[in-house]
Design a protein around this ligand. Structure first.
Ligand SMILES: Nc1nc2c(c(=O)[nH]1)N[C@H]1C(S)=C(S)[C@@H](COP(=O)(O)O)O[C@H]1N2
Ligand SMILES: [Mo]
Length: 345
């Protein structure tokens, strides 16, 4: 079994026992105890990542979906064969995640993002592209930068398929060697692994509940709620608490012919593939839905701004982290979910 890069990086730091340049993108000097804490965190995270990204949970074969404000809102699906046909661009660069050989230049082969966007007629006023990954990680880049630099969705590295533990099969690479300024603008955290979706700006909100399609106007007819919470996933938000606005999950069933069942659970599906595993879907307990304030959020902040894709919107599963219904807190049993798409029995 390969060590995940995160673990390699931390072990390397331990060997050096020295200072560290980048954890989560900021500069830090760290002590031995902190290194030990980081090492333990890295080991835990490493096994989590491996569990989430291996075996049956890997969609076979891989595909890339382009969604949002492109192709009149209809998904564009590129299967692996199509991706291979399109992968004619080359980028020679160091790999931000290769901590063992930071100066080694690799030849990545793939699809320049700007070429994909042109091919599918990206609207001229599009501003941002959000790349969503298998594990729910996401990064957002400016369209302008994508058209300035040959930032590329790589599917091969030095003539070989990119291994899962090296970010494959689709790895977002930045031409650091040719454009050193990109090292600052798009740090290591932007090199997204296992990319599955590209979203142009933000999708139009829609939610499938059973057989019913629900739009934002429908959700807006329900009683509007607000919670003040730390957002339960890392992308796009500060660590401070924010106001999140939306509707209680239990109220949504007023919009569909079927009532919320009295017991059991309902399934919830969101865009990142780890949130749509058909064998082990994420389930919401009916008891939690009835007794906890679980929200489908569509807006945030004092000005009730829409939740854009870089923040995991347009529809996000949120809840009061304090809800304690049963043995442990809801927040220990359920993550906040980005890009919520469907509820079903
Ligand atoms: N899909 C995906 N890509 C990702 C990440 C991730 O968790 N998932 N982590 C990012 C971060 S924060 C860094 S520093 C680098 C290396 O991540 P790692 O240290 O978890 O290997 O990959 C980036 N790309
Ligand atoms: Mo990171």
């Amino acid at each position: 079994m390969h060590l995940h890069l995160y673990l390699q990086k931390i072990l390397l730091l331990m060997l050096w026992g020295l200072s560290i340049t980048s954890i989560g993108g900021c500069e830090k000097k760290i002590s031995k105890q902190q290194i030990e804490a980081l090492r333990r965190e890295a080991i835990a995270r490493n096994s989590q990542i491996l569990a989430a990204n291996t075996g049956s949970k890997q969609p076979q074969p891989w595909k890339l979906l382009i969604q949002g404000q492109i192709n009149r809102g209809k998904s564009i699906e590129l299967n692996w064969k199509k991706l291979l046909d399109l992968a004619t661009d080359t980028v020679k660069t160091t790999d931000a995640n290769n901590v063992l050989e930071p100066d080694k230049v690799f030849e990545f082969k793939g699809i320049r993002v700007s070429r994909l966007l042109k091919q599918f007629d990206i609207p001229p006023d599009a501003k941002e592209i959000t790349f969503v990954c298998f594990d729910s990680y996401q990064v957002t880049l400016k369209v302008e930068d994508l058209f300035t630099y040959p930032i590329t969705l790589a599917i091969a590295k030095n003539g070989q398929k990119i291994k899962r533990e090296q970010g494959g099969p689709i790895y977002l690479v930045f031409p650091y060697t040719e454009y050193p300024e990109l090292r600052k603008k798009y740090k290591q955290v932007y090199w997204a692994f296992y990319v599955t979706h590209m979203i142009v700006d933000t999708e139009t909100p829609k939610l499938q509940v059973g057989n019913t399609k629900i739009e934002l106007a429908d959700l807006d007819k329900l009683p509007q709620q607000t919670i003040l919470e730390e957002v339960g996933y890392r992308s796009g938000w500060d660590s401070d608490r924010v106001k999140v606005h939306g509707v209680w999950m239990r109220d949504i069933f007023a919009l569909v012919p079927k009532q919320l069942p009295t017991e059991g659970s309902i399934k919830i599906f969101a865009k990142p593939p780890i949130y749509r595993d058909s064998e082990q879907p994420i389930r919401l307990n009916v008891k939690d839905i009835r007794e906890c304030d679980i929200m489908l959020a569509t807006r945030w902040g004092e000005k009730s701004q829409p939740i854009i894709a870089s923040k995991g919107g347009p529809i996000t599963l949120a809840f009061k982290n304090s809800c304690n219904n049963g043995k442990n807190r809801l927040s220990q049993r359920l993550p906040w979910l980005t890009f919520v798409e469907e509820l079903s029995e």
